[in-house]
Design a protein around this ligand. Sequence first.
Ligand code: NAD
Length: 303
Amino acid sequence: MERKVVLITGCSSGIGLHLALRLASDPSGSFKVYATLRDLESQGPLWEGVRARGCPPGSLEILQLDVTDSSSVAAARDHVTEGHMDILVCNAGHGLLGPLEAHSIEAVGSVLDVNVMGTIRMLQAFLPDMKRRRAGRVLVTGSVGGLMGLPFNAVYCASKFALEGLCESLAILLQPFGVHISLIECGPVRTAFQEKLERGPGGVLGSADLETRALFSRYQRHCERLFWEAAQDPEDVVEVFVQALRAPCPVLRYFSTERFLPLARLRISDPGGSQYVDAMYRTVFSEPEEEEASREYGGTEGP
Ligand code: NAD
């Protein structure tokens, strides 16, 4: 049986790590996984997972790949049978939290470089061969933050919105080539993502005004509640990736959870945008303080 060659970015932790191990240990034995890492020093969890799951020899190979470095992307492509790839998973990403004015322009550039330019570098490296062979699949880790704006996440959302436009545009052109591109839209997932959020020298809030600080406190309480209620385990989320890469006719978007679909639908059905903006404001900020203190978890809508 010929194995499908898969390359995944950002495998040192979280979704990438779990997806690499899930595919390398698939009972069908039908995947050869290139698990790529920006920093080879963080390969410990991958080897621990290989041992724990009993992945067959040769089912997983680790490669250095920094999506912000074109020469690193090219070296990885040359290593994997001259760019021959059945399934490419563009997963590497990171976030940036806080009011826009608190971010250094370097931190903004770094998020856009990893999340947007990094995905573009990967696609430029691997799509030509897929088009030539008229076969291949690309999965891109999307986010609820790519489907709707979220307060204190403007730059992260900008990066994930960019991926929506990128993938949707490519899906149209790739159709006659038999190459499929899909976004896996994730809600909150229990990974190291939140801990690794970029923070400026003055912290998340920098020198933000008092009103913005008060809103940020409300936002944080909202997020804590949301994570408590709705966060998914990476093991569950990667099953959605597996479903997408096994689908006979993959669609453009898969959702790891249906929880945010009502808000996404509201946003699409209101081109002017004010209904969505009001609804999101209410969802995040309009809970009376006294109610919050005694509130029982459960029953709220939205991210
Ligand atoms: P994570 O922090 O565990 O994983 C991110 C991975 O990207 C890490 O392995 C990190 O080393 C890698 N990475 C960062 N910069 C890189 C670079 N320059 N080159 C190569 N790799 C790089 O968090 P995660 O939750 O597993 O995140 C994976 C993806 O899921 C991201 O694209 C993120 O935006 C998306 N996502 C996460 C959540 C969540 O709540 N955790 C929600 C929606 C979407």
